[in-house]
Design a binder for this molecule. Structure first.
Ligand code: ADP
Ligand code: F6P
Length: 324
């Protein structure tokens, strides 16, 4: 029988995401309620290697559920791909009595957790990224807040775009994934949505669409461009030259990662944090917590990383139907 986990470490890794604090709070409070010790690891794997590790008590996570970012800090730690660096990190966990670890981050962070699990540290991943680009789960911590933040910003750009009868290209985050672009594209009633998964570099089709929509009486033309395609400024210049319609580019950038988490992000992150502790208590390791088909569930990390995710085709069709 697997030995009972006694001390849980928790860290946030990769890009921060609103709701990470709710997850940290849930890990800390659930673990303490179940008689376990908790250690907070600052700045992700970087902080683990530097032994930036502190004991955490119930009161240490007071007043954080409503805050954006992560109170533990986060970092990217490229050297964590090296086996000797992973071994050093596992040794540090053991030195600090950390026998269970909750890693809140994206796919990259899961690979680090997988490495630590192989080296004997029970590790559980929680999906923390605004990009929604983790295949095994329909929900990631921070996505809901990010799309609401982006949606509100895009509404504002639309006001000025309509007043000036302009075309606006608004670039949203998402790394190589188009989920933020797709959701905002539909929610903001965009005329065009450019998704890395689907983009065929047919700029002439966009130009034709602008001209056609003008003829239909549209006063603005909103193009949501995913970061994975990028080049919004140069695209704006080419579109203006080809259509004669004044065109401006707005890159929303990191504001999409900040701000107070929505109710959904606080709720899901809280459940997932508690779920992770429960898995560790059951002696489970190398698992990731997910929300799939309407239920909280968990998968083996390897299995999760091998899964593929497709953009919902029907949503793409809907976006085209509704932008007429
Ligand atoms: P995310 O977790 O959001 O996908 P990154 O891809 O930047 O963000 O990964 C976060 C961190 O996870 C990296 O800086 C690195 O420390 C660790 N990591 C990424 N890929 C691997 C890997 N193949 N093996 C071990 N650790 C990794
Ligand atoms: O993964 C979250 C994310 O915000 C992506 O959407 C974006 O590509 C990336 O992180 C930006 O990273 P950085 O904060 O290092 O500029």
């Amino acid at each position: 029988m697997a030995e009972q986990v006694k001390t849980i470490g928790v860290l946030t890794s990769g890009g921060d995401a609103p709701g990470m604090n709710a997850a940290i709070r849930a890990v800390v409070r659930t673990a303490i309620a179940k008689g376990l010790k908790v250690k907070g690891i600052e700045r992700g794997y970087m902080g683990l290697l530097n032994e930036d590790i502190k004991d955490m008590q119930t009161r240490d996570v007071s007043d954080i559920i409503q805050k954006g970012g992560t109170v533990l800090g986060t970092a990217r730690c490229p050297e964590f791909v090296e086996p000797e660096v992973q071994q050093k990190a596992a040794d540090i966990c053991k030195k600090h009595g950390i026998d269970g670890l909750v890693v809140i981050g994206g796919d990259g962070s899961y690979r680090g957790a997988q490495a630590l699990a192989r080296l004997g540290i029970n590790a559980i991943g929680l999906p923390g990224t605004i990009d929604l680009d983790i295949s095994c789960t329909d929900y990631t911590i921070g996505f809901d807040t990010a799309i609401n933040t982006a949606m509100e910003a895009i509404d504002k750009v639309r006001d000025t775009s309509s007043s000036h009868e302009r075309c606006s290209i608004i670039e949203v985050m998402g790394r190589n994934a188009g989920y933020i672009a797709l959701w905002c594209g539909i929610a903001n009633g965009a005329e065009d949505i450019l998704l890395p998964e689907k983009y065929d570099y047919d700029e002439q089709a966009i130009i034709n669409n602008i001209i056609e929509k003008r003829k239909m009486g549209k006063k603005h033309h909103i193009i949501i461009n995913a970061e994975g395609i990028g080049h919004s400024n140069s695209m704006a210049k080419r579109i203006e030259a080809a259509t004669g319609v004044e065109t401006r580019a707005t890159i929303l950038g990191h504001m999409q990662r900040g701000g107070s988490p929505t109710c959904k992000d606080r709720y899901y992150a809280s459940i997932m944090g508690a779920y992770a502790v429960t898995l560790l208590q059951q002696g489970k390791t190398k698992r990731v917590v997910a929300y799939k088909n309407g239920e909280f569930t968990d998968f083996d990390i390897e299995e999760a990383l091998a899964m593929q995710k497709e953009l919902p085709e029907f949503s793409l069709e809907v976006s085209k139907l509704l932008s007429r």
